[in-house]
Design a protein around this ligand. Structure first.
Ligand code: UDP
Length: 379
């Protein structure tokens, strides 16, 4: 019997990353049995279920049904559910993706049980130690056995942090694999009524620093309203932001089309036809690069500096959004430069690393192989 590898899907941004690995595994000669474990952090059709088919994925194999609560409650309950699963059904390896609370919970639960962990999208750092996702990134990397970095500079940082060369691999960016796979279908999607190709900007906002206080969200809405005088904006709204808007009694300014969270293909279709995107999302910064779409990131820092270097992305203070939109419309938007390894082959490289570590033979070989992988890990 082939060893099981459990891939943990907690929230929406995990799915395009895991899809790249799952498709590459399906295309490779079988050497393991992938099992998708859904923790439940995002769980409705708009934020999770509807994305599976868009990404060519089936229903999760295991659903833990843990959602809601603050960071500590969600992390703790997810750890307990993961541990119960893996005590009963022990995988050879757990793959966690990105930086959400479910990612951290699963990584900690697995390692406490002595199960090796691979971190898909390892090594990202924005330097803002107060950002919940930055805490998760650092903690997950610290306990991971294999660290899959999206580029060489990120892999070098992980080595400098003390992870062993056997553990760290620059595999490329899994998000780009998924964009490439989905783009033909996404381009065939109809735009929401009232939008014409090239005649609007896309907007996504959900980071706590931007939306969790009336002052921050109010300032953001004012800036968005001023920017929308130059270019109509289409805003598929994250449930967190929608909740804050109604909690604070705020509303979307004129010139902004509020939309529900879109499915992966519809959202990619929206981006593909947009004039620009303004966002505080991590994944959208990468997708904008893939689409050669000017990206204005409404944050003081990014964990994806390679997109700044490539010219597709700019950090913009909230008060500077209007000027930044006007600049792009005036033609100040260089063509995105290539980024090495962002070539749609990240899934294949992850599979190659797994095969090296797991060996051809399965579970018996795995224990030795994982042991040597861990020896390279300073943590
Ligand atoms: N996304 C989507 N529908 C939307 C907005 C975003 O499918 O209405 C996708 C987007 O294509 C990207 C992912 O959600 O793949 C990014 O997730 P999010 O911005 O929630 O998280 P982050 O990347 O910031 O962690």
């Amino acid at each position: 019997m082939l060893p099981e590898i459990h891939l943990v899907a907690a929230a929406r941004p995990n799915l395009p990353k895991l899809a790249a690995l799952l498709h590459a595994l399906a295309e490779a000669p079988p050497f393991c049995t992938p099992v998708v474990v859904h923790t439940g952090q995002h769980h409705d059709a708009a934020m999770f279920g509807g994305h599976l088919a868009d990404l060519g994925l089936g229903a999760p194999d295991v659903s833990l049904g843990v959602s809601g609560g603050g960071h500590a409650g969600l992390t703790g309950r997810t750890m307990m559910a993961c541990a119960a699963l893996w005590e009963a059904r022990r995988p050879a390896l757990v793959v966690v993706a990105g930086d959400v609370d479910g990612t951290l919970a699963a990584a900690l639960a697995a390692r406490k049980l002595g199960i090796p962990v691979a971190h898909l999208e390892a090594g990202l750092r924005c330097g803002d130690h107060d950002m919940p996702e930055e805490i998760n990134r650092r903690a997950v990397d610290a306990v991971s056995t294999l660290l899959w970095a999206p580029d060489e500079a990120t892999a070098a940082r992980l080595l400098a942090e003390g992870h062993g060369p056997g553990a760290v691999r620059a595999v490329g960016n899994a998000m780009i694999d998924s964009v490439r796979r989905a783009l033909p279908a996404a381009r065939g999607r109809a735009l929401p009524e009232g939008l014409a190709p090239g005649g609007y900007g896309a907007l996504t906002l959900h980071r706590p620093a931007n939306v969790d206080s009336p002052a921050a969200l109010g300032a953001l809405l004012e800036a968005v309203g001023r920017a929308a005088r130059h270019l109509p904006l289409a805003w598929p709204m994250h449930p967190r932001t929608a909740g804050r808007l109604s909690e604070f009694g705020l509303s979307v300014p004129e010139g902004v089309m509020r939309l529900p969270p879109l499915g992966y293909l519809d959202f990619l279709g929206l981006l593909a036809c947009a004039r620009l995107v303004a966002t505080d999302s991590g994944g959208v910064q990468e997708e904008a690069w893939a689409l050669d779409l000017p990206c204005l990131t409404l944050r003081p820092s990014t964990e994806r500096p390679v997109t700044l270097e490539a010219g597709s992305n700019r950090l913009v203070p909230v008060a500077g959004l209007e000027a930044a939109v006007a600049a792009v419309l005036a033609g100040d938007a260089p063509q995105a430069r290539p980024i090495p390894l962002w070539d749609g082959k990240a899934g294949t490289r992850m599979v190659a690393h797994l095969r090296e570590r797991l060996g051809a033979g399965g579970a018996a070989d795995a224990s030795h192989a994982w042991a040597s992988a861990q020896q390279g890990c300073a943590a």
